[in-house]
Design a protein around this ligand. Structure first.
Ligand SMILES: Nc1ncnc2c1ncn2[C@@H]1O[C@H](COP(=O)(O)OP(=O)(O)OP(=O)(O)O)[C@@H](O)[C@H]1O
Length: 576
């Protein structure tokens, strides 16, 4: 455990932890010596030898003073070590999270991350101050007492020694039992957190679904599961602690029996025996305290295991010497990719020219969004290459790709802040005026005019005060500000009102100049004006490629798709 704590410590936390350990060892040895000095002291008192008792009392007082001093230092340094440990755990976690591939983050990860970053990190960082000290003292003090016991009476010392492996096995078993229970509990807590977060997010949809919806059931099941896991942990943990305390009592009983036997045999005088039995009781005290805290170690271990698993998640390969692309054309060369066993894209090849707009259309689930995710390098393909400017993405590296690409996805997340600050995120270097100018080009000015507070109106959690189309306009404004040479736009599938439809059209026009734009296109206007349309076939490949006019003239699948869409739009307009 100490090795693992040191592994996750910053240099500062490591220095404090090692210093604290030195003081803890000093504390424990001094405590052991103080206990040992009780034997001659008590013996002298029983025998009425007041002078000797006074001398031993002075010795106990001197060792006690040393003990108090080292304890004070150990606790002060321990407190600082705990603080430094918390800092280093959180910064290690933060560093790791930004390294992980974007694809790793799904809704089911929020509970895990929240659990590790809050309760888990607190538990681990509490180790140096609150737990480690007691546990080390629980082993080192009895160890010192045991060595001293051999000096006083080897037979009682042997009786104590016999119990050491039994107590060690008991302690291990206790720790493992609580550890197993806690691992199950931590998983259940993470799952319940995910469900509750999801439940809170989708409230509007749930209100219309009424009681007993799937989400209600999932939350209820997850909470019940957590409750069961917690109860299981308490029951097994409680049983473990009680069993361990029983073993400790057994060792004391053994000492009593051996002591009584020796006293009856006359090989040890009563005064010495009583003093040694008092010592035996003291021998057990720190062990019981350590046993009680064994659960704490197990819980901290669960968090360290989770951190180990996070450390083991494979990041995408990064180049030693990242290249810079000379152009911004995008090329898919024989790309095959899937999320599971079945490929979503099969041997897919196409080129999107620098500065042009490519519209991707096709049936639902045909892989349109997946193509944009591969360009943003959320994933690497299983086979084939995706390149920008002729350089495969793994040779550019994630940082270069992230700088070159501005994604505008459908599920735009806005922070619970002002409209302007949400756009500003795209490029924090720019002035307020420059941000407003870019936001105006993406037609966000209409929102600022409408909402009380203007540019400083708050958008609510996740942008809940805005419609889907409005959120997407804010996201387009961010992309405009970022001024990346490639923009990926996943157009909102939801039908837009006429105001949003026109505004999004103007925002897309603003963004397309001088940029390579890949659009998962749903608006007829976007599709019609694209430089190239790629129509996916729904089986992982491309059915047709060309301009709107070329494909219409070909009279194939696209022409059919277009006629249907136009008819549907006409039907919709006729009924509005
Ligand atoms: N993270 C994921 N994990 C597992 N499967 C996924 C994931 N994302 C997408 N898929 C699956 O991959 C397939 C293609 O999804 P994709 O979102 O690329 O399709 P799409 O053409 O954009 O669909 P739509 O038009 O409905 O948005 C779908 O079957 C989808 O269920």
């Amino acid at each position: 455990m100490i090795r693992r704590l040191l592994h996750y410590s910053s240099a500062d936390a490591r220095r404090l932890l090692v210093t604290e350990l030195v003081f803890i060892v000093g504390t424990a040895v001094l405590q052991g010596i103080a206990f040992l000095l009780l034997v001659p002291l008590l013996r002298a008192l029983f025998l009425g030898d007041i002078d000797a008792a006074r001398s031993w009392l002075t010795a106990v007082a001197a060792v006690g003073a040393g003990y108090v001093l080292t304890t004070w230092f150990a606790s002060q340094i321990g407190m600082k070590a705990s603080g430094a440990m918390l800092d280093s755990l959180l910064s290690r976690l933060g560093d790791r999270l930004v390294e992980l591939p974007v694809a790793w983050f799904g809704a089911d990860r929020s509970g895990l991350i929240a659990g590790v970053a809050t309760q888990g990190a607190m538990f681990v960082s509490n180790m140096p101050y609150a737990i480690l000290r007691q546990i080390l003292i629980g082993f080192i003090t009895p160890g010192t007492v045991l060595i001293g016991m051999y000096v006083f009476d080897w037979r009682l010392a042997v009786a104590m020694t016999v119990m050491v492996p039994v107590l060690m096995i008991g302690y291990r078993w206790l720790r493992n039992t609580i550890g197993r229970g806690d691992a199950v509990h931590a998983e259940a807590v993470a799952d319940a957190s995910n469900r509750v977060i999801e439940f809170a997010r989708v409230q509007p949809a749930l209100r219309t679904a009424g009681d007993g919806s799937i989400a209600d059931r999932l939350v209820e099941d997850a909470l019940q599961n957590q409750h069961r896991a917690y109860r299981g942990m308490l029951v097994t943990g409680g049983a473990g602690i009680a069993t361990f305390a029983g073993l400790v009592q057994l060792s004391l009983t053994l000492l009593l029996v051996v002591g009584a036997y020796l006293a009856i045999g006359g090989t040890v005088d009563i005064a010495t025996l009583i003093a040694l039995l008092v010592l035996g009781a003291r021998f057990n005290e720190p062990i019981v305290a350590a046993g009680d805290l064994g659960g704490g170690v197990a819980v901290a271990r669960t968090t360290l295991d989770q951190l180990d698993r996070l450390a083991a998640v494979e990041a995408l390969p990064e180049p030693v010497d990242p290249q810079a692309p000379a152009a911004w054309n995008i090329e898919f060369d024989d790309v095959t990719f899937g999320y599971g066993d079945t490929p979503v894209l099969r041997n897919l090849s196409f080129t999107a020219a620098t500065g042009g707009m490519t519209a991707i259309v096709g049936p639902s689930g045909s892989g349109k969004t997946t193509i944009t995710k591969l360009i943003a390098r959320f994933y690497d393909p299983e086979a084939g290459t995706v390149s920008i400017g002729g350089v495969p993405l793994p040779e550019l590296g994630t940082a270069v790709v992230e700088a070159a690409v501005a994604p505008v996805f459908q599920d735009v997340y806005l922070f619970d802040d002002t409209i302007l600050n949400n756009v500003w995120l795209g490029n924090p270097e720019l002035s307020r005026e420059e941000v407003i100018a870019a936001a105006t080009r993406a037609r966000v000015d209409e929102l600022a005019d409408r909402l009380p507070g203007g540019w400083d109106a708050r958008v609510g959690e996740g942008g809940s005060n805005l419609s889907g189309g409005e959120r997407q306009r804010v996201s387009i404004a961010r992309a405009l500000l970022k001024d990346a040479p490639i923009v990926l736009l996943d157009e909102a599938t939801a039908a837009l009102d006429i105001g949003n439809e026109i505004a999004i059209g103007q925002a897309v026009d603003a963004i397309r100049s001088d940029r390579t734009l890949i659009v998962v296109a749903h608006r007829l206007q976007t599709i019609m004006t694209a430089d190239q349309i790629i129509m996916l076939d729904g089986e992982g490949g491309i059915r047709e490629t060309g301009t709107h006019l070329e494909l219409l003239a070909a009279g194939g699948a696209y022409a059919h798709y277009w006629t249907e869409r136009v008819d549907a739009a006409g039907w919709q307009l006729a009924h509005d």
